[in-house]
Design a protein around this ligand. Structure first.
Ligand SMILES: [Zn+2]
Length: 255
């Protein structure tokens, strides 16, 4: 019963939560010092201003003994009796940071209940998103990725058919193969300069994807290690770089 109540409460709290996240980005307007950026502890409280990170209870975790941090492995009771869920992952669990989302954690092709996930907010403690972590989450419309994320696993967001746009934070170095494949509603994506590797078919079958916005130059785009060509035959996007564009057929146009 507790979980059901919590789920309903979470949906009711969503506007307030979004607001507090928005303020966190601006800083200074939330009662903390000007220019303040929240720094959440393992207790999910900001050490600077006491702000609480409101996260979803009832998730499951596994301790990574190598790093002595937790990885989220999926949902335990969080979806019980809930129609939909705006998933918020905590910074800390049982006194340790949560630094990873395990492969298949919320893979909806393995447990259909993940079609209840409408949005995902990942905390600034998470560095890696595992293979197929959110695959087939067919109700997911938005994803917040923090700057801490460096690695997006293979097929991590594949078949997220309702996802319309995503901005990858500056800090991501690796985009796994097929990471966003079959995101058929995805119209644009922003890729930061920090990316050094893009796996094969990362954006394949993104039929609505017409533009990839890259924060570097054409030459820098070419230097990104690509484990294969990005299957332009099944995609039709232009890579918009800071000094020009690369069309789907490879034609370059400099500004
Ligand atoms: Zn704060």
């Amino acid at each position: 019963m507790m979980n059901k109540k919590f789920g309903i409460a979470l949906i009711a709290l969503l506007p307030a939560l979004c607001l507090s996240l928005g303020l966190a980005a601006c800083g200074g307007e939330n009662g903390g010092p000007v220019g303040h950026v929240h720094t959440y502890t393992v207790e999910n409280v900001c050490s600077g201003c006491g702000d609480k990170w409101e996260y979803t209870e009832g998730l499951s975790y596994m301790l990574d003994t190598e790093t002595d941090t937790y990885m989220v492995t999926g949902v335990n009771t969080a979806l019980d009796g809930v129609e939909e869920l705006a998933l918020v992952i905590p910074y800390g669990y049982q006194g340790k940071f949560v630094t990873a989302i395990r492969g298949d954690a919320f893979n909806n092709s393995m447990a259909e209940e993940y079609s209840k996930l409408t949005s995902v907010t990942i905390p600034g403690s998470v560095k890696t998103i595992g293979t197929r972590a959110f695959a087939c989450c067919n109700a997911l419309t938005s994803i917040e990725l923090p700057k801490s994320v460096t690695e997006i696993g293979s097929a991590a967001f594949s078949y997220c058919v309702e996802l319309t746009s995503i901005t990858l934070p500056d800090g991501v170095t690796e985009i796994g193969s097929a990471a966003f494949s079959y995101c058929v509603e995805l119209t644009s994506i922003e890729i930061p300069k920090s990316v050094t590797e893009i796996g094969s078919g990362a954006f394949s079958y993104c039929v609505e994807l017409t533009e990839i916005h890259y924060a570097g130059t054409i030459d820098e785009w070419k230097e990104i290690k690509k484990t294969d060509e990005l299957e332009p035959q099944v995609s039709n996007y232009t890579v918009v770089c800071t000094d020009g564009t690369i069309a789907a057929d490879g034609t370059e146009t400099t500004k």
